[in-house]
Design a protein around this ligand. Structure first.
Ligand code: UDP
Length: 311
């Protein structure tokens, strides 16, 4: 197959690129490198089945030749980006999704949208099944990401209903692993780099808020199964183990041997979700998918990778 991945130089996009190339497919990566990095894909330069095009997908996408699949993974996704580049986030998830869908329609390719657990906002239902409509503040700092991903889901369904594009939508929960940026700003890269520098881990708020963390290999396996399934409606892919930020800090300090402890800082956004955990019954039944890598094992691999980067 000939597969185009927007955001293919980013964290998830580059792992997807690896997976498809290892299966013998052809991969074209489009990325404007606003948060992605060439280092994530440099190992494929020279592979004749791989092509990188520096392009901002908020502008018209022209790709010569046939395409079988368009994977739309372009979008900054860290809360620090919500403050730093909110308009780019709104544009890539609206205009960018429109362009990527137009390309899929034009090439008669299957379209796969990277959506997010953020469509549930600060959820009032716990755990979150796909049928939950969410609790989102449209004008909050996080709204730029949440609302534009919700729009991306809407336009994806509209292209399916109006134009008959074969579409898939994954709702991605917190994912971690090698290739996250050291200065990404999300909790695991922050804690791991702080721990490796022997600094106290910065807990925002009182640390009782929860997240459910999925190791990147598990997440990619879920995407792969969804892509090749027949399901048009959104599917949650995430881990069901729910961890408070206090527990996460304790685990990372233990695994790294960091003696500097923790420090408390104010919550950067007042809409910071208090609880998050996916209901993955749908993924289990439909895709036979569930996470296989436990938090400690995934963190060990992540810590080893960060240690290498920080040398
Ligand atoms: N967080 C924290 N310390 C940090 C970074 C994040 O306590 O150095 C908290 C953050 O307030 C949130 C949780 O960790 O409650 C997960 O944040 P992240 O930025 O990883 O992603 P989110 O799930 O909020 O999009």
């Amino acid at each position: 197959m000939r597969i185009l991945i927007t955001g293919g130089a980013g964290f998830l996009g580059s792992h997807l690129t690896d997976r498809f190339l290892s299966e013998g497919h052809e991969v074209i990566v489009l990325d404007n490198l606003i948060t992605g990095s060439l280092e994530n894909i440099a190992h494929h330069f020279g592979n004749e089945r791989f092509q990188f095009i520096k392009h901002d997908v908020t502008n018209y996408i022209h790709v010569p030749g046939p395409l079988d699949v368009v994977m739309h993974f372009a979008s900054p996704a860290s809360p620090i980006d919500f403050d730093r580049i909110p308009i780019q986030i709104l544009k890539v998830n609206s205009l960018g999704t429109h362009n990527a869908l137009g390309l899929a329609l034009n090439k008669r390719a299957r379209f796969f949208l990277a959506s997010t657990s953020e469509v549930y906002g600060d959820p009032l239902v716990h755990p979150q099944p796909e049928s939950y409509w969410g609790n989102v503040n449209p004008i909050g700092i996080r709204g730029v990401y949440d609302e534009s991903k919700r729009f991306a889901e809407s336009i994806t369904m509209a292209y399916h209903r109006v134009h008959g594009v074969e579409t898939r939508i994954v709702r991605i929960f917190n994912t971690y692993g090698p290739r996250m940026r050291l200065n990404d700003g999300r909790v695991i890269p922050n804690f791991v780099s702080q721990a490796l520098r022997g600094e106290p881990l910065t807990i925002y708020g009182d640390g009782t808020q929860t997240r459910s963390f999925t190791f990147v290999r598990d997440e990619i396996e879920g995407f792969h199964r969804l892509l090749f399934s027949d399901e048009v409606f959104p599917v949650n892919i995430g881990n069901t183990r729910e961890t408070t930020m206090l527990e996460l800090a304790e685990i990372i300090n233990r695994l790294t041997g960091n003696k500097a402890g923790i420090t408390f800082l104010p919550l950067p956004h007042k809409d910071d979700p208090k609880k998050r955990r996916p209901d993955i019954a749908k993924a289990r039944t439909l895709l036979g998918w569930e996470p296989a890598i436990d938090l400690e094992t995934g963190l060990e691999e992540t810590i080893a990778w960060f240690r290498e980067q920080m040398r």
